[in-house]
Design a binder for this molecule. Sequence first.
Ligand code: TXA
Ligand code: MG
Length: 330
Amino acid sequence: MALRPADGAGIAAAADRLRSGGLVAFPTETVYGLGADATDDRAVARIFAAKGRPRFNPLIVHAPDLAAHRAWAVFDERALRLAEAFWPGALTLVLPRTPDAPVSRLVSAGLDSVAVRAPDHPVAQALMRAAGCPVAAPSANRFGRLSPTEARHVAASLGGAVEIVLDGGPCSGGLESTVLSLTGETPVLLRPGLVTHESIEEIIGPVQTAGAGSAVDAPPEAPLESPGMLAAHYAPRARLRLGAGDALEEGEALLAFGDAPVAGPAGTAGYAAVRNLSPAGDLTEAAANLFRMLHELDALAPAAIAVSAIPEDGLGAAINDRLRRAAHRA
Ligand code: TXA
Ligand code: MG
């Protein structure tokens, strides 16, 4: 694996690797992606192998803009309005595949739909334009583990499987894109993310939530409609204790939010370590810090990570979604 600065030479080398069927990790505004040429079956298959990801879980196809995506996805009026409002950006649309869509069937994992996104990051944009192909890319982590928001997170978890990691610094958003299905009459939010439910409803009206109740624990026989909604996901090695109140237990690390004071266990030196997602209680800042701070605390191997309560409104919905999945033990 080569960790390379995301400069002109690095981007050119990465585009070259993509065109010849290789795997390249690159920054987006949400998290780092593990990319392959989406038109190349063998390259896409290598993504599943590298991540240890089940084949029933489909991949997002990335391209620079709406015009490119129209070659493999059917955009209705709602999809056009959303692409207009949020692209480039952190909204992934699940749409019907076009007949003879020129992207691998593997990205759809047996479904008739394809997930599409135009990322808003200069390195991702330059890479896709240089490669000249759509890029299939899940988050660049081993299946079920924490998503990477820095190049070194990718190097640590997928270093052996990826040829080039483009280092574009920390991701500004820090949480994955919002995944919205428009394959039926009613739009369905499959995964909360950086683009809020409320802001989508402002553009297209009522959106249904797949919700925590739809989370599944076991791989299904048939393709899942929302295959990413596995209950256990984004897992750190340490156990997570959510909604921690004002006192911690022996050996716990604390992931705090806002300025509420939290005390260590009585009669001890206190907790293993503390990170604060946002001392000011700002949800955007908290989202950007979430995975990095979980990575940092997890690396200290605490008895558990206690997490302060986080409000459920706006971006809080996506943050709490990731925390609940990270806390779930199958
Ligand atoms: O922010 C992001 O979305 C990042 C960056 C790299 O773009 N990518 C990412 O990919 O998070 P991944 O594979 O970790 O998550 C994609 C989600 C999964 O939950 C997957 O099940 C869902 O999108 N998905 C993809 N294609 C789908 C489809 N055709 N129908 C339903 N869900 C789909
Ligand atoms: Mg992922």
